[in-house]
Write a protein that binds this ligand. Structure first.
Ligand code: GTP
Ligand code: MG
Ligand code: ZN
Length: 311
């Protein structure tokens, strides 16, 4: 029998035969047949698995036993930044990734968002950017909001201007997420779980309490868990991401995952071009012409630098 992993709590899982929503417990036992994998977790939320029953029905006393992970259409990996470079599969079989950010509370770091975007591009998962908590700072920072939207829409991404508190932008996000499976990702405290609650008030993901002392996220969500949305589709809540390592990419490859650079790179005089010191570089020209944002280019340079560190 086959089902989808909808929750991953350490060694315990919940499965459901999607699109049916009737989660039941499952465990890993014995050897699980896997595709060649370097990940620390063999099974992730979103994985389709083959399982066997251990009793008449699967319950807490007799959880189903996961026997095999079926081939993934895609997956997203987080690599730890330490030298072990261990990889953790965040989720599998995704139709899109909703990257939640806020300009303030907590303050945004563009290189972090750009790294998330590159990760999505590498794994073939379409990203959507949700700029959340606009109720808190739009009035004070409309100019910064516009600049942010210009940078990312200019790079080719969908940016939704949202507030989980007031419901601004939430209808649009709901219709975007009504098909297939969406992954929510972003730093701790940006409002990922709040966005789920806004999308479907009947759901009850754990939401952080406001900590005015820190104005920082505090890792309220600690598990990977899928929720069925009453408006259609499934959404995966995740713990906030801190720093994470870039996937293994050759130096010449990184710019291919910046869509706006990829678009013009054919016109560079040298192939391959790292878009740094080479004469006749079309990317540097596009920056001068205002077609590529200096912020995105700056993130790109940071990734090149980091790439060197690990080699
Ligand atoms: N004013 C305002 N506050 C929000 C909004 N969205 C979330 N919050 C608050 O921000 C805090 C963090 O929200 P969570 O939904 O727990 O954030 P999270 O991204 O799930 O955090 P982790 O689970 O730690 O990764 C909570 O106090 C929310 O009430 C919003 O649109 N406006
Ligand atoms: Mg959360
Ligand atoms: Zn170039």
């Amino acid at each position: 029998m086959e089902a989808t992993v909808v929750k991953n709590a350490g060694s315990h899982y919940l499965l459901s035969a999607l699109p049916q929503w009737e989660p039941f417990p499952a465990v890993l036992r014995g050897k699980v047949r896997l595709e060649r994998s370097v990940a620390t977790n063999p099974v992730a939320v979103g994985d389709r698995v083959r399982y066997e029953l251990d009793g008449p029905v699967a319950d807490a006393m007799h959880p189903a036993v996961i026997k095999e992970v079926l081939p993934r259409s895609n997956y997203i990996i987080r690599r730890s930044t330490n030298l072990s470079r261990q990889a953790h599969v965040i989720a599998a079989n995704l139709d899109r990734a909703v990257l939640v950010v806020t300009l303030y509370f907590p303050e945004i770091k563009l290189p972090f968002l750009d790294r998330l975007l590159v990760t999505c591009e590498v794994y073939g998962v379409r990203p959507v950017i949700v700029l959340n908590k606009l109720d808190l700072y739009r009035e004070l920072a409309q100019e910064q909001v516009d600049t942010f939207c210009d940078i990312y829409r200019g790079a080719g991404y969908t940016v939704l201007e949202c507030s989980a508190l007031t419901g601004e932008g939430i209808d649009e996000l709901r219709s975007l997420c009504s098909q297939g499976t969406s992954l929510l990702s972003g730093e701790s405290g940006v409002g990922k779980s709040s966005v789920i609650k806004a999308l479907d008030p009947s759901l009850d993901p754990k939401i952080g309490t406001i900590s005015t002392a820190h104005l920082q996220g505090r890792h309220t969500t600690s598990l990977y868990e899928m929720y069925p949305l009453s408006g259609g589709g499934f959404i995966v809540d995740t713990p906030g991401l801190r720093g994470f390592g870039l996937v293994d990419l050759e130096k010449e490859e990184i710019s291919k995952y910046f869509p706006e650079m990829l678009k013009v790179a054919d016109n560079c005089r040298f192939v391959p071009c790292t878009h740094t010191h080479e004469p006749g570089c079309a990317v540097k020209q596009a920056i001068e012409d205002g077609a590529i944002s200096p912020e995105r280019y700056n993130s790109y340079l940071g990734m090149l630098e980091e790439d060197k560190k690990f080699r």
